[in-house]
Ligand binder design. Sequence first.
Ligand SMILES: Nc1ncnc2c1ncn2[C@@H]1O[C@H](COP(=O)(O)OP(=O)(O)O)[C@@H](O)[C@H]1O
Ligand SMILES: [Mg+2]
Length: 287
Amino acid sequence: MTEPSATVTESSAPAPMTATTTPIPESLRENRPFPPGTKIRMETRRLSFLYGKNQALYDITLAIPEKAVTAFIGPSGCGKSTFLRCLNRMNDIIPDTRVDGEVLLDEKNIYGPGTDVVDLRRRVGMVFQKSNPFPKSIFENVAYGLKINGLCRRSELPERVELALRRSALWDEVKDRLHTSALGLSGGQQQRLCIARALAVEPEVVLMDEPASALDPIATQKIEELIYELKRDYTIAIVTHNMQQAARVSQYTFFMLGRLIEHDRTDKIFTNPGQKITEDYITGRFG
Ligand SMILES: Nc1ncnc2c1ncn2[C@@H]1O[C@H](COP(=O)(O)OP(=O)(O)O)[C@@H](O)[C@H]1O
Ligand SMILES: [Mg+2]
């Protein structure tokens, strides 16, 4: 792959970018495989990302439609996690990195001045590959974000915790043990607990980075069913290295190799990809 040369500057934080976003040029409006009228919840415009001198993302322009699942696929090291972390500025905490371009949430650049990063991460929640419950009770895990952000009254906590646990399809399994340690749950339950924790603060977008890759097939199936359900209320972006999983849970798929290779409806990508390299990847010829 030939990459454009990267501009590298000394910086330990993402470079500040313009707050006002210019109308999207026609040339960037390609790759929008959505039905007319689809509402776009997030988009990136010419997004590039560097770790020191190593460029991980090149000029990615992508729209993520609301209330749908967009899957990100590509071989290990192609920048999937980096891309996802750009969407809620989780990369900010990594020193000596640089972001170029824009990331829009509801048409506002999240890298512009005045962004409240804590609020951004509430609106754009994240679930990681390895479930990471706190060594606290099930209840406290789900209530955590509500408490630290002061998002509801103490008296409302039980109701909000129950709602999040119901949405993450965990309530029936834990309702009699809410005040026992979360670490006593199985791996699959812990991951659904982390999803409940992310949902409790009422995010608009949920980013999931290989959320089922450490789980057994039955726990994986539960997570997949859950993701499928969640798209009724949330905008979901999921990284997966499992092609069948991408085909099962997502409506749109984005195939990347540092840059955007192909973005289309999932059924199209998996049955009739537009590019030879996409076909080679999804049929297991590399990666
Ligand atoms: N914290 C980091 N510091 C430096 N380089 C990183 C870091 N995280 C990822 N990279 C590099 O960025 C590239 C993309 O990585 P990543 O986004 O993790 O890919 P993927 O999730 O597709 O496997 C890789 O070359 C990787 O080595
Ligand atoms: Mg990754």
